[in-house]
Design a protein around this ligand. Structure first.
Ligand code: BJW
Length: 239
């Protein structure tokens, strides 16, 4: 089973989704806070935005839907893989270990300009980050450190995409039922929104659990409309 999650799964924990009426982008243009150009133009604004996101994520708890997925992993072992677009760390806090964070993490920082490896960063003090990176000794004046988040126009980690592809090929060839389940995602953002198509090619039965009708609905075979916590409590037996 391959599961893809988006912001909707954390909505019932109290975190805002991206494209809802109370969406996170409200008050900010997307390109100001979630693009490389935005960071280069105003890194302080970007850091303020992400420190607020860190605070919000730390204030809430994983919900029943996060816990159901951790339970599926426990039952299925290496026949289960979770790929999340979320950067809030709630899956890990619910007990998921086989989780790939394809859009990065709020709780890691890396350098925007060099290949200094990303490191864990739980700081809620943006000022601390207003220093050059140790890897970029030639220019310690600019703000080089940034959240380890995949912004628009940036590449996803090729190792993550390769891991996903390997999993789909193996699951499709296993001879056992293979299900792809997307949960709480509007289908606007690629390449995540295209995973359903690839999973289907690999032999998966495809399911979507979502509150509203997404843009890529016609790419799914089964649509379970509703709140993730309610739908997931019975979905496993329906698969
Ligand atoms: C509930 C619920 C409940 C609520 N229960 N459900 C192909 C075609 C066109 C464009 C592209 C393409 N390939 C690539 C692109 C460009 C771009 C892109 O996709 N643009 C689109 C906008 C068109 N993609 C990229 O740039 C990606 N990079 C890339 O592909 O590199 C190569 C390349 C570059 C340039 C050109 C071509 C190729 C990178 C994308 C990174 C996205 N990052 C973000 C920001 C991270 C910042 C952050 O987190 O702070 O990640 S965007 C934002 O959207 C965030 C999310 O992970 C992502 C997805 O949002 P999600 O999770 O779906 O949330 P919502 O709010 O949209 O939906 C929530 C849903 O939940 C709703 O439907 C509700 O109904 C539902 N819901 N409560 C169940 N209780």
């Amino acid at each position: 089973m391959l599961v893809l999650t988006g912001a909707g799964i954390s909505a019932e924990s109290g975190l805002a989704t991206f494209r809802g009426t109370d969406g996170l982008w409200e008050g900010h243009h997307v390109e100001e806070v979630a693009s490389p150009e935005g960071f280069e133009a105003n890194p302080e604004l970007v850091w303020r935005f992400y420190i607020e996101r860190r605070r919000a994520a730390l204030k809430v708890e994983p919900n029943a839907a996060h816990r159901v997925l951790a339970g599926w992993e426990e039952m299925l072992g290496d026949r289960f893989l979770l790929v999340t677009q979320n950067v809030d760390g709630l899956h890990q806090r619910a007990g998921s270990q086989r989780a790939i964070e394809i859009h990065g993490s709020l709780f890691r920082t890396r350098c925007h300009y060099c290949d200094l490896p990303a490191f864990e960063d739980l700081s809620l003090e943006p000022q601390r980050l207003h220093h050059g990176c140790v890897g970029c000794r030639d220019d310690a004046q600019r703000i080089a450190l940034r959240p380890d988040i995949v912004w628009f126009g940036e590449m996803l980690d090729p190792a993550h995409l390769a891991q996903l592809e390997r999993f789909m090929v193996q699951a499709g060839a296993s001879g056992k039922p293979f299900h792809f389940v997307a949960i709480g995602t509007s289908g606007h953002v690629y390449p995540a929104a295209g995973l359903v198509v690839r999973a289907r090619q690999a032999g998966a039965q495809t399911h979507l659990v979502n509150l509203e009708v997404p843009t890529n609905l016609d790419t799914f075979e089964h649509f379970h409309q509703g709140e993730a916590t309610k739908v997931l409590s019975t979905l496993y037996s329906a698969c």
